[in-house]
Ligand binder design. Structure first.
Ligand code: NAD
Length: 420
């Protein structure tokens, strides 16, 4: 019996089981590596603007504390459950280990729909959630960050709430804060920038020229929009498709990214930009392009649409966008389609979050150029490890990335032993 259920948790468990088979990890060690160390569920009562009291469910899951404190984002989304949060925490563990960060994985969130909340209601949910988390988190045990549905402002409320209870400013309790509150230069752009940097490495590996090539990006939030701008502005790609939960646009001649950026800044969503280039969201993923970046949500590439993808590089900006069934299909297409797996592809976010925590602890801040140099250095190291392992063991990039991450956590657990 476990409290961790649902399709996203099943997916994380299945990926782990395949990796454990590949690494020949004895059954006896598997549960200790897979199941989260701790989880907290809270009820968050909020006085709504219309006078009702609504109770939201909130969660935080800490996967393992073997290599240091846990680290992970906070997701505000309507259908969130503890199984999804646990899966995301597990993926964070492999991601941090692969990048060589001294963290275990964590994740948290509240089952709520941010667009339907007023700013006051959102602030109340954020503050009450953090207040309930105080016995469970600290800069030495678990450090939060943004994820879907949360942003710098929410992190500022988290930091303020935690600090008010401590009696002094504790900037290092969250990352992804505004720079003026101890956030780091380059954090907001870090995940998308990392996605584009790794796409460039992948293009080198398969002999593809990015300049003049085409890219399609699903999701136009933090990760998707920065990935699109960076691929276009830094690497000279033409963005032919973008989507969010309200609309999808496709134009083989290229979309006007600057005008789309202004529209989304003004209205918050893509809907209403133009109907001329409208296409179905699922159909968009199957259009021909050099680079496809799913940067929205889990399980959008399945065994059904994987055979129909027409990209050369699949860059997983989102966490868990590809199901294990789809992985089997993509593995058979390995020679024509290069996958940058999520735990590598979107690791720029947690890497720069780590830099933010380090800068907060030492009260010494770096320039954006220093942050970006260090980011690229760590990404390059992780990319090289994955490539080497995939070639040596003749496994997929995902299996290689997972194997490196799981092995590091396993080695830490072996060295520390079992207490008491
Ligand atoms: P966000 O809330 O800023 O943006 C999410 C975007 O996805 C929005 O544009 C939303 O409209 C879109 N979306 C939602 N449902 C969709 C659908 N059905 N079809 C198309 N688009 C849809 O979130 P984010 O921070 O950009 O995170 C996106 C993904 O990247 C998540 O999987 C998250 O876990 C992952 N991630 C984020 C970071 C980070 O630093 N923010 C780091 C690593 C991984």
């Amino acid at each position: 019996m476990t409290i961790y259920t649902g399709p996203v948790f099943e997916m994380a468990a299945q990926q782990f089981s395949l990796t454990a088979d590949h690494l020949e990890i004895p059954d006896n060690e598997r549960a200790r590596l897979l199941y989260p160390k701790r989880a907290l569920a809270v009820s968050i009562p909020i006085n709504m603007d219309d006078g009702r009291t609504e109770v939201f469910q909130g969660y935080r899951v800490q996967h393992h504390l073997t290599l240091g404190p846990t680290k992970g984002g906070t997701r505000f989304s309507a259908n969130l459950d503890v199984g999804e949060v646990a899966a995301l925490a597990i993926w964070m563990s492999w991601k941090c280990a692969l990048a060589g960060l001294p963290y275990g994985g964590a994740k948290g969130g509240v089952a709520c729909d941010p667009p339907s909340l007023s700013r006051r209601e959102l602030e109340s949910v954020s503050r009450r959630y953090m207040q309930e988390m105080i016995p469970f988190v600290s800069p030495q045990t678990d450090i939060m960050a943004p994820d879907m549905g949360t942003n710098e402002q929410v992190m500022a409320w988290f930091m303020d709430t935690y600090s008010m209870y401590q009696g002094h400013a504790v900037n290092e309790i969250v990352t992804g804060k505004p720079v003026s509150l101890g956030g780091t230069e380059g954090r907001r752009e870090a995940t998308g920038r990392g996605v584009a940097h790794l796409v460039n490495r992948a293009a080198d590996a398969i002999g593809l020229t990015l300049g003049g090539g085409t890219a399609i990006v699903q999701g136009f939030g933090n990760v998707g929009s920065v990935s699109a701008y960076t691929l276009a502005r830094r690497y000279g790609m033409t963005i032919t498709g973008v989507s969010d939960h309200t609309a999808a646009l496709f134009d083989p001649a290229g979309l006007p990214l600057d005008a789309i950026e202004r529209h989304v800044a003004a209205h918050g969503v893509l809907a209403g930009f133009t109907n001329a280039a409208a296409i179905g969201g699922a159909e968009l993923l199957e259009q021909p392009c050099d680079v496809l970046v799913p940067a929205a949500m889990e399980r959008v590439i399945t065994a059904a649409n994987a055979p129909r993808l027409r990209c050369r590089i699949l860059a997983e900006g989102a966490n868990g966008p590809v199901t294990p069934d789809a992985d089997e299909v993509l593995d058979r297409r390995r020679d024509e389609l290069f996958v940058i797996p999520d735990i590598l592809c979107n690791s720029g976010g947690v890497i720069v979050s780590y830099f933010e925590w380090v800068q907060d602890l030492q009260r010494l801040f770096w320039t954006e150029a220093e942050v970006n140099d260090r980011l690229e250095h760590l990404l390059d190291g992780a990319f090289t490890q994955v490539q080497r392992r995939a070639k040596e063991r003749r496994v997929s990039n995902r299996m290689a990335a997972m194997a490196v991450g799981v092995e590091k956590v396993r080695a830490g657990k072996k060295l520390r032993g079992l207490f008491p």
